[in-house]
Design a protein around this ligand. Structure first.
Ligand SMILES: [Mg+2]
Length: 333
């Protein structure tokens, strides 16, 4: 069964294709399992392509045929594969995390995200996150000069003792990135996410391996994972863009095998996909702080949140499956 939804965002979300003010997608249910497809321009197929793939999957005779129908539609595949895993985990009376891994974590650390702003605003927001218990804060950079961003990061460094990460969303030239990495090293920045445009793997490879780590995000939309792993210290894994929690877990294990640290992040999804990402993070041993504290980006949601952020961590629901009650999912919104 497929149900559509449209959820208003608490504030507009900047995407590669412009700002959006709502998240539209589909709930996919089969057997006892529930999945979610929330396409995002620039990262997945379009909403229409997603719906067409889900319609074929909905008519499919079995799970394998349903998954095959979504081969070119990662968000649709995310929904179908999650419904399958959720159904199997419920049948096994296991949480999704326990179904995915022998010894999953009971809770996972998450980062707060601070957008562009003056040094004072940036420090105020980071301080507020630290007071709420976040130990890791990701600051968006690249909207102003490198010097101005360094000033912002220094203001946070002076105001808090959080672990700092930054995300440039591909905004810099190689020269700007080199300057930023040099300056950020003095501020203990853990990593810079996507300093250079997505295609430039060679440029990223030159930046990796220093005091400041190098994380790839947008590059994963343009390059095979194996190639990206050769140019990064960290990889940002978005289950919706990768085609499912199962594929994201495989990617995380491949990354770990070559010494690259995986970071699970949502694409500002609704509660079903977001909670599945919590289980995925718990299935990765000693996972780094993840970018899954995104519930507050939505002004409304499909169901009550079984995995809220408390003091910078999310406790993994231990109910069978992902833990979002199918009876409470209010699609057709
Ligand atoms: Mg990013």
């Amino acid at each position: 069964m497929i149900r559509r939804f449209a959820l208003p965002l608490a504030r507009p979300l900047e995407t590669a294709r412009g700002a959006i003010d709502e998240r539209r997608g589909f709930v996919f249910a089969r057997n006892s399992g529930v999945g979610e497809a929330t396409p995002l321009p620039g990262w997945t197929e379009s909403l229409d392509e997603c719906e067409r793939a889900l319609e074929v999957a909905d008519e499919a005779a079995d799970w394998n045929a349903a998954l095959s129908a979504c081969e070119d539609a990662p968000a649709a595949r995310h929904a179908v594969s999650l419904a399958k895993l959720d159904s199997e985990a419920r049948d096994a009376d296991a949480s999704l995390a326990r179904y995915l891994a022998d010894d999953p974590a009971g809770s996972v650390p998450v980062n707060a995200t601070v957008g562009d702003g003056s040094p004072e605003q940036t420090a105020d927001e980071a301080r507020a996150a630290a007071e709420r218990g976040f130990e890791t804060v990701k600051v968006k950079v690249g909207a102003r000069s490198v010097e101005a961003d360094v000033e912002r990061l220094r203001a946070v460094w002076d105001a808090t003792d959080v672990t700092l990460r930054t995300d440039a969303n591909g905004a810099w030239t190689r020269e700007q990135a080199t300057d930023a990495f040099d300056a950020f090293a003095d501020l203990g920045v853990e990593y810079v996410e996507q300093p250079l445009p997505a295609p430039d793997l060679a440029g990223h490879a030159e930046l990796r391996g220093g005091d400041v780590g190098l994380a790839l995000d947008e590059s994963l939309t343009e390059h095979a994972l194996a190639d990206a792993l050769g140019a990064a210290d960290y990889v940002i894994l978005k289950p919706m863009a990768l085609g499912g929690v199962d594929r994201a877990l495989t990617a995380a294990r491949e990354a770990r095998d070559v010494g690259v640290d995986p970071v699970v992040t949502t694409t500002v999804d609704a509660v079903v996909a977001r909670t599945a990402a919590v289980h995925l993070a718990a299935a990765i041993p000693d996972v780094s702080a993840c970018g899954i504290a995104t519930a507050d980006r939505l002004a409304d949601d499909l169901a009550p949140d079984p995995a809220p952020v408390v003091s910078g961590r999310i406790r993994v629901p231990d109910a069978p499956g992902h833990g979002v009650d199918p009876a409470e999912v209010d699609a057709d919104a």
